[in-house]
Design a protein around this ligand. Structure first.
Ligand SMILES: *[C@@H]1O[C@H](CO)[C@@H](O)[C@H](O)[C@H]1NC(C)=O
Ligand SMILES: *[C@@H]1O[C@H](CO)[C@@H](O)[C@H](O)[C@H]1NC(C)=O
Length: 438
């Protein structure tokens, strides 16, 4: 359990602290209608605000009620859901592939996650059940994630906003793809590249990192900053010495031993339970926990944004814009044969013959899986050449962090390929198309 446990977390565990701040949710600020629902990348997705108004008028209300109910007893759902959306969007697009369970012969993305996210999986499932009772086969799991994130952010004191819906759920989930999720130890430029590959820009990256205001990370993700930065045997000189001193007493050194504790550390040293702007003022004070948190204060291309986002009037609307963009990455909509509205969020519908007897309540399949011509150019099942991902995602704004490899990293000069030796043999290696923007 420890090892799986240490595997990730990130935005996830802020719970104890969150629990102390039950009152903060009512302070949410209403942000105007989503600025520009246009997709980050190619072709406008057919998602729109109020997609379910006709077919399931109470859909958003049902989601909100379930999220509120859970939030009352577990405030950590906010970071957990943010993390879920980040992970889902960056791997195959926002298609709820993150929710699929592994099947024989196919390990799902989910299995690349630590079970600390289990609470949020449960929540999504509960919401789905409530929705299936009200309007069977109508509301996609991908939309549930996006709506639940929206509601949980508002409950934690963040902005309230309208979010477009109309996503379909994907039919494929592969653990291998998610293993390429970003590391928090990449330099700004490298992180940015992974965002760009998803159609997100520098501002999106900096503003989405703001979700760390409610996040946590296990020591394993930044221990080198405390004890052996870049192999120097000393702490990262950019980290506030008081913070170094404090965390050095909390985080295990050396990290990679059995049986040592690996406690989750708040990424916001000031108000870790509240979705506010203190993440930015904290990192300006040298209190960034993850390397990327601190790096955005040192990089000339991002420091201006960091200052700007210390103001809620700047941060909230920008966050809304970017979280909506993120939720629109690679969406499947309309009658796209690669998508469907799942009846259960953890499995695809495809099975025409249910193994169970008559007692099983069989929903009519939302969509006959019948016509399933030869898969188009895009191979739906074989995860070998991963599609648009390339060697993708470098780092995590809201999410899944894999502990850095025990090997000490080489000097900062980090060319774009440093940090994570590509594990996949058939790795597509693309040059960054634009020469970089300085
Ligand atoms: C987490 O996963 C590990 C290994 O898969 C398992 O032993 C442990 O019981 C799980 N913990 C929870 C809380 O589910
Ligand atoms: C999905 O979840 C249900 C209920 O928890 C479970 O019975 C089912 O086996 C799961 N499906 C898969 C593919 O694991």
């Amino acid at each position: 359990m420890e090892s799986a446990h240490r595997l990730v977390v990130f935005v996830d565990v802020a719970l104890m602290l969150l629990l102390l701040n039950a009152g903060s949710w009512s302070d949410g600020v209403l942000v105007g209608p989503p600025p520009d629902p246009r997709p980050p990348s190619k072709g406008p997705p057919a998602v729109k605000v109020g997609f379910y108004n006709a077919k399931c008028p109470r859909a958003e209300e049902i989601v909100r009620a379930q999220v509120e109910k859970r939030f009352r007893i577990d405030h950590t759902i906010t970071p957990a859901l943010l993390r879920m959306l980040f992970h889902d969007s960056f791997v195959r697009g926002a298609d709820a592939s993150i929710l699929l369970d592994s099947k024989p012969g196919n390990e799902a993305e989910k299995d690349a996650l630590p079970n600390l996210t289990i609470r949020s999986f449960d929540l999504i499932q509960e919401v789905k059940e409530a929705l299936e009772s009200a309007c069977p086969g109508i509301v996609s799991c991908a939309d549930i994630i996006v709506l639940a994130v929206r509601d949980s952010v508002a409950l934690a004191g963040g902005p309230k906003y309208d979010v477009p819906t109309g996503r379909l759920d994907g039919k494929v989930s592969s653990k291998d793809e998610s293993l390429s999720l970003p590391s928090p130890a990449f330099p700004v430029e490298q992180s940015l590249e992974s965002f760009r590959q998803k159609g997100l820009d520098l501002e999106d990256m900096v503003v989405l990192l703001g979700a760390h205001t409610v996040g946590v990370a296990l020591c394993g993700f930044f221990n080198d900053r405390l004890f052996n930065f870049h192999g120097t045997g000393a702490a990262d000189p950019t980290m506030n010495p008081q913070l170094v001193a404090r965390l050095s007493n909390v985080c295990p050194n050396p990290f990679f031993t059995e049986s040592n504790a690996d406690p989750p550390i708040n990424l916001d040293q000031s108000t870790p339970a509240i979705f506010d702007t203190s993440y930015y003022s904290q990192i300006l004070a040298g209190n960034g926990i993850l390397l990327i948190d601190q790096e955005i204060t040192a990089d000339p291309t991002t420091i201006g944004l960091v200052h700007r986002f210390t103001s809620p009037a700047e941060f909230f609307p920008a966050f809304v814009r970017s979280i909506i963009k993120m939720g629109n990455i690679g969406v499947l909509t309309g009658t796209d044969p690669l998508g469907e509205v799942r009846l259960r969020c953890n499995e695809t519908n495809r099975r025409s013959s249910l193994p169970s007897g008559p007692s099983q309540p069989v929903h009519r399949p939302a969509k006959p899986p019948a016509r399933r011509a030869a898969p188009p150019s895009r191979p739906g099942t074989v995860p070998v050449p991963r599609p648009p991902v390339g060697r993708s995602m470098k780092h995590p704004p809201l999410s899944v962090l894999r502990p850095p490899p025990p090997v000490s990293r080489t000097p900062p000069k980090a060319p774009i390929h440093k940090g994570k030796p590509s594990p996949a043999p058939g790795h597509i290696r693309r040059r960054p198309s634009p020469p970089s923007s300085g």
